[in-house]
Design a protein around this ligand. Structure first.
Ligand SMILES: CCCCCCCCCCCCCCCC(=O)SCCNC(=O)CCNC(=O)[C@H](O)C(C)(C)COP(=O)(O)OP(=O)(O)OC[C@H]1O[C@@H](n2cnc3c(N)ncnc32)[C@H](O)[C@@H]1OP(=O)(O)O
Length: 144
């Protein structure tokens, strides 16, 4: 199922190990959830040890894009809404998770969240992705 994410042609800003300025997020799949444990670095700061909001959006977008990618759903982000509930600090281990919500034709709705070490929710995203390639969202419980 999983595409070769470590391919040297992968230069994705979010997940590629080959992009020198990328986030280099590493995801694992856990059933219906795609998850990364990620510690943002000082260069990801907006100010005052808080991760830049645009990079928070990038982490969430990446988690959702990655969830779709490993399921052979070739998509692009068409719309994303983020609730920034708490500052996301640099230098702490974050949990970044995504899951699928629904599909209607080419439109796939996704959700993602960033959880702080104390278990509290720092940010959550709701997004619409549009398919630009084959594949459909698996039914819940489908073998992958
Ligand atoms: C070799 C190894 C490589 C490994 C590699 C690994 C990478 C693994 C991780 C990847 C992780 C990436 C995560 C980041 C993902 C990005 O960042 S993608 C980049 C950011 N997004 C973009 O650049 C998208 C820019 N937009 C577009 O290209 C186009 O608008 C789209 C989204 C492809 C849609 O194009 P389209 O299909 O021509 O759109 P269009 O005909 O206007 O609309 C189609 C239908 O969708 C509807 N629609 C369009 N937008 C919306 C919307 N926002 N809401 C509701 N309906 C909508 C339309 O109304 C239309 O409906 P119908 O009329 O058919 O009923």
């Amino acid at each position: 199922m999983t595409k070769p994410l470590k391919d040297e042609t992968n230069i994705c800003f979010g997940c590629s190990p080959n992009n020198p300025i990328g986030l280099k997020m590493e995801f694992e799949d856990d059933g219906d959830v795609c998850r990364a444990y990620y510690t943002a670095r000082p260069e990801h700061m907006g100010w005052n040890d808080v991760v830049h909001g645009g990079l928070v959006a990038t982490m969430l977008d990446e988690a959702m894009g990655r969830w779709l990618w490993v399921r052979n759903l070739i998509t692009m982000t068409a719309e994303m809404t983020i609730r920034y509930s708490k500052p996301v600090p640099v230098g702490v281990r974050l949990t970044v998770e995504s899951s699928g919500v629904s599909q209607k034709g080419k439109l796939i709705e996704m959700t993602a969240r960033i959880i702080l070490p104390d278990g509290s929710l720092a940010a959550r995203a709701r997004a619409k992705f549009l398919k630009v390639g084959p594949g459909n969202l698996p039914e819940k419980g489908d073998a992958e």
